[in-house]
Design a protein around this ligand. Structure first.
Ligand SMILES: *Cc1c(COP(=O)(O)O)cnc(C)c1O
Length: 395
């Protein structure tokens, strides 16, 4: 555990540790947005995923690269990281000497390939084009490499994002790339990403069948197979099957294609590991009838709600007196001057919600702080740790 970042600033972190979110409000009465991290939940979630997945679990760093989040999943046993840039690789390798980073971006700067290979000892590179294979071979010298070919999977409409539209090759090209890498004495692998927040476990089995076809046609004995991310989180408006169902389909899919036991199986969960491990405390700054103006919005922590149909649970926190038991729908407006800075849909909150009340928005550990901008001078950057159960688990 030598790598843990909290060792460097133990006092600072201890001062930001609270029993629960209400204690945070009492102590800080924050007029700025505060991320409430739940490190124990993050650690437990990582442990659980590792225990269920039949292979090696890589945490997808882009989902939430906060040091406390990385430490928490590390503490849960994560030693492998899906990284996509030189800064991400540097952050992981400089922080955790016993961790392994994998360069999973199919389009890399030559300088980044060179630097990550020489300075950080990276040996796994994803490609989806012959020119990228040539780049990796040229910049690394081609020794001791694992080349992972990213393939396109069918967009079944079961995921909230289609991650095959930008990256990934078709089967014929994948066959050619596997052979080309194999001919250059590289170890080889296949990877796919079925799209984030996938609500249908069978999609993994279908994608594995496609991998089986490609492997058989190529005649190459691959060394690794990467089923990507896409495992769901539990939002207010979605019903998703339990993680066990996804693992069953993956085990079934691996069985179907008769993968050799020596083939290393990877997954790259982001959202499923961290979404539940953080909520956001915002404050109402003005009420106009059914419109609440709060201090975070779509240019800060809440941009994902505008991209796809996900809805986070909310609850009101008031220090003086009780809020009305009856709820009504409110429109939540963000802090910037942009008229687009309004959250889609409505949120049910006590009908007497007023200026100065706090609203805790739950399930915000994934793609929140990682996407926040400084637009208009608003930037959410306060983080505390809490040790209660998250609201979603309470209700
Ligand atoms: C973003 C990303 C992930 C993480 O996806 P989740 O849906 O958050 O699990 C994993 N792998 C790759 C290649 C990605 O781009």
């Amino acid at each position: 555990m030598d790598g843990l970042q909290e060792k460097r600033a133990p006092d600072a972190r201890a001062k930001r540790r609270f029993d629960d979110v209400v204690s945070v409000v009492r102590a800080l009465q924050p007029g700025y947005p505060v991320y409430c991290l739940r490190p124990k939940l993050l650690t437990e979630t990582a442990k659980r995923f590792i225990s269920l997945f039949p292979g090696t679990v890589l945490y997808a760093v882009k989902c939430n690269p906060r040091p406390e989040v990385l430490d928490a999943v590390y503490r849960g046993g994560i030693r492998h990281f899906d990284t996509a840039s030189l800064p991400e690789i540097a952050q992981i390798c400089d922080t955790y000497p016993d961790a392994h980073a994998y360069f999973m971006h199919p389009v890399k700067a030559r300088a980044a390939i060179r630097m990550t290979h020489k300075a950080y000892g990276i040996r796994h590179y994803v490609i989806d084009h012959e020119d990228e294979l040539a780049k990796v071979l040229e910049e690394t010298g081609g020794k001791d490499l694992t080349i992972i070919v990213r393939i396109k999977t069918e967009d079944t409409g079961d995921s909230l994002y289609d991650l095959a539209s930008k990256f990934g090759t078709g089967p014929d090209e994948a066959v050619a790339l596997l052979r080309a890498a194999n001919n250059r004495d590289c170890k080889t692998g296949l990877a796919f990403h079925i799209g984030s927040q996938c609500r249908e476990p069978k999609v993994y089995r279908k994608a594995l069948a496609l991998c089986g076809d490609i492997i058989a046609r190529s005649g190459v004995e691959i060394d690794s197979l990467d089923v990507g991310g896409g495992f769901p989180a539990y939002y207010a408006n979605t019903q998703v099957p339990p993680l066990e169902d996804y693992m069953a389909e993956i085990r079934g899919g691996l069985n179907d294609i008769g993968l050799k036991p020596t083939v290393e199986v990877f997954s790259e969960p982001g959202r499923a590991l961290v979404a539940a491990g953080c909520s956001l405390l915002t404050q109402v700054q003005l009420r106009k009838d059914d419109r609440l103006y709060i201090n975070d919005g779509i240019y800060g922590s809440l941009s994902e709600m505008t991209q796809v149909d996900i809805r986070m649970p909310v609850r009101l926190i008031r220090l003086q007196g009780e809020a009305a038991p009856k709820l009504r729908p409110f429109i939540l407006n963000g802090p910037t001057c942009d008229s687009l800075d309004v959250l889609p849909g409505t949120f049910d909150l006590p009908e007497d919600t007023r200026e100065g009340d706090w609203i805790e928005i739950d399930q915000l550990g994934a793609y929140s702080n990682a996407l926040a901008t400084h637009f208009n001078g608003f930037y959410p950057e306060a983080f505390v740790e809490v040790h209660d159960a998250p609201p979603a688990a309470r209700s």
